[in-house]
Design a protein around this ligand. Structure first.
Ligand code: HEC
Ligand SMILES: [Cu+2]
Length: 154
């Protein structure tokens, strides 16, 4: 969160469960929208999750999702986002390789579903003013294809 400064911390959950974390120091406009979920699991389930998260993104199967991937790779998204297994290696924004497996978008701001994802892409500032993601203009059909692709990123 602080450019050039690496913070490390240790979380200890004594029982499996979902715990909500909050940024604890006022750090800017969207401080209230800086949450994170800690999902604590039994070791076996955790290891399976890690192995799954280390896989590159699956090649999209449907024609619509393939079209969406082309739109993603052909637009500014790749300046800021990486998707393992594709040519997208941007580092300014979150890695999207397993986007569809996340429960929320933009650091706990909204639930991760199709409506919020579409709204986020065309108008991130309306969901989180001051966010470092600019709006991307696209036609309705382009957005639908892009969403079909992003939803394959389990
Ligand atoms: C200039 C850099 C930039 C560009 C271009 C950009 N993004 Fe982002 N994106 C970001 C940043 C920074 C965030 C984190 C925003 C936050 O949480 O406040 C983000 C967040 C996201 C998220 C939420 C991810 C999560 O885990 O919460 C998605 C989905 C996303 N971007 C998709 C896209 C798509 C699709 C495009 C292209 C149409 C795109 N972005 C273009 C910088 C960018
Ligand atoms: Cu904060």
């Amino acid at each position: 969160m602080i450019p050039g400064h690496v913070n490390e911390f240790w979380l200890e959950a004594s029982e499996p469960g979902i715990y909500l974390g909050e940024c604890a120091e006022f750090c800017g406009d969207q401080h209230a929208k800086m949450q994170f979920l800690v999902i604590a699991e039994e070791e076996e389930a955790f290891r399976a999750w890690v192995a799954q998260q280390q896989q590159p993104a699956a090649v999209p199967a449907s024609e619509l999702a393939q079209e969406g991937q082309e739109i993603f790779l052909g637009s500014t998204c790749i300046n800021c986002h990486a998707i393992e297994g594709t040519g997208a290696t941007g580092e300014l924004g979150p890695d999207l390789t397993h986007l569809a497996s996340r429960r929320t978008l933009a650091a706990g701001t909204v639930p991760n579903n199709r409506g919020n994802l579409g709204g986020w892409i065309v108008a991130p500032q309306s969901i989180k003013p001051g966010s470092l993601m600019p709006a991307t203009e696209m036609t309705g059909p382009q957005l639908q294809a892009l969403l079909a692709y992003l939803e394959t990123l389990e």
